[in-house]
Design a binder for this molecule. Structure first.
Ligand code: ATP
Ligand code: MG
Length: 399
């Protein structure tokens, strides 16, 4: 029996965007995500994408898991394909639903006709059945194949759906919820500042969900930060790329700049100065890669460098729009997302981050931009910033 996957797109999203672009990008992203699993025919009709495996040996559980990670998909389901022929539907239904009904006591059959001929009120002479009749007959067939089952239209254990479309009919048992959001790439490219913490991978996920393709900047300070710390960040990006597609990671050496700020600037301004350097370098990398914005995992009041005054000083150093999707979220809410997208366990591995090197005992929580800028001038960082950019390494991270 031929089994395929049917994917439903959100109508709401389709209205606001150029529909064709949205669909084309989504199909491209699905193809990319399914690479390595076998050959598929992927096509779209009536706002539904069908993914048709081209051989028997393809692992559809794995296909479903991956489709469940692609942004732009509202729901998806496995379905059995039938000829648009009542005998074929009646013959296949009991066989196809057998597994799904194995542990069920009750079921119901729902039918719908989504063929254009019916929608335009012209009846299709080849298939002159109305939905209630389809449901009744298919239900009857299933009951006679599994006499232990009962029909329960209000609260069934399993709902079997028969959908008659233009060129075929489909039988499915239950739908799965997709990630929602918009296909990665439909909103452009943005640059996430990624640390090894809990917050920035979540921020990356959230903005990719709004259709942004990502590249990433990571700052390291060897020997204060280790190779292991960088590998942890790569692992986090790899997990994010399950949702966001491939990510170009730019790793920037910050040791010399950090030592210079430590030696030449007031201790209480150390963190804010460091964050401004991160913004300056990330803005430059964004500019050179065609990225339109920076993304950070900052959340108001979480630490001294994330007070309103501190964020204002940080922002002033960026020459790109800064997106902070976590700004109004509690830590627990952020952790809940990080568990769901499976970055949490990696994020809590105990490796140092350059932000925790030379941290001041009493960081200024209300820094004044004027004073921060003057301390920055004293430090004479411009040449070191150029050097750090020149020594940046680039690596492509893929799921
Ligand atoms: P996270 O939990 O993501 O590590 P955090 O709680 O450590 O964040 P900060 O250290 O203040 O908070 O960092 C705030 C934001 O700055 C991070 O979410 C990230 O976007 C960026 N950032 C921090 N450290 C780095 C780094 N080493 N490389 C790149 N970006 C960084
Ligand atoms: Mg944080």
């Amino acid at each position: 029996m031929k089994e395929i996957i049917l994917i439903k797109l959100g109508e709401m999203v389709l209205k606001g965007l150029n529909r064709r672009t949205f669909e084309d990008v989504l199909i491209k992203n699905i193809k990319y995500r399914l690479r390595g699993l076998g050959q598929f025919e992927i096509k779209i009709a009536q706002s539904t994408i069908s993914v048709v495996p081209q051989s028997e040996d393809i692992d559809l559980d794995e296909v479903c898991e991956r489709i469940g990670e692609v942004f732009g998909i509202v729901t998806y389901s496995r379905a059995c394909v039938c000829e648009k022929d009542f005998d074929d539907i009646l013959a296949k239904a009991p066989l196809y639903v057998a597994d799904a009904l194995a542990d069920a006591k009750t079921f119901k059959v729902e039918s719908k006709r989504s063929d254009i001929k019916v929608e335009s009120k012209r009846s299709d002479k080849r298939f002159p059945y109305k939905s209630p009749e389809i449901s009744a007959q298919v239900g009857g067939k299933i009951l006679s194949a599994f006499p232990r089952l009962k029909v329960d239209v209000k609260n069934p254990d399993v709902t079997v759906t028969v959908e008659v479309r233009d060129y075929a009919a489909y039988i499915r048992c239950g739908v799965m919820r997709g990630q929602g959001g918009m296909p990665v790439g439909t909103s452009g490219l943005a640059t996430v500042l990624i640390s090894g913490g809990i917050d920035s991978p979540v921020a990356a996920y959230m903005m990719a969900k709004r259709g942004l393709k990502l590249n990433a900047v990571h700052f390291e300070s060897p020997p204060y930060t280790s190779e292991r710390a960088r590998m942890k960040v790569e692992k986090l990006l790899k997990q994010v790329s399950r949702y966001a597609g491939s990510i170009e990671m730019h790793t920037v050496p910050l040791t010399k700049i950090q030592e210079t700020i430590r030696d030449r600037c007031p201790e209480e301004l150390f963190t804010i100065l460091l964050r401004r350097v991160m913004m300056k370098i990330s803005s430059r990398i964004a500019e050179s890669t065609g990225s339109g914005a920076l993304i950070t995992g900052e959340s108001l009041g979480q630490v001294a460098s994330q007070t309103m005054a501190a964020l204002g000083c940080t922002d002033a150093a960026a020459t790109k729009l800064v997106m902070r999707p976590l700004i109004g979220m509690d830590k627990q809410e952020i952790i809940n997302i990080s568990r769901r997208i499976d970055t949490f366990e990696t994020s809590i591995e105990p490796y140092e981050d350059c932000c925790t090197v030379f941290t001041p005992k009493h960081p200024r929580t209300k820094p004044v931009l004027r004073f921060v800028e003057s301390a920055e001038r004293e430090a004479q960082l411009d040449e070191m910033i150029e050097e750090a950019i020149a020594n940046t390494t680039v690596k492509r991270i893929e799921a």
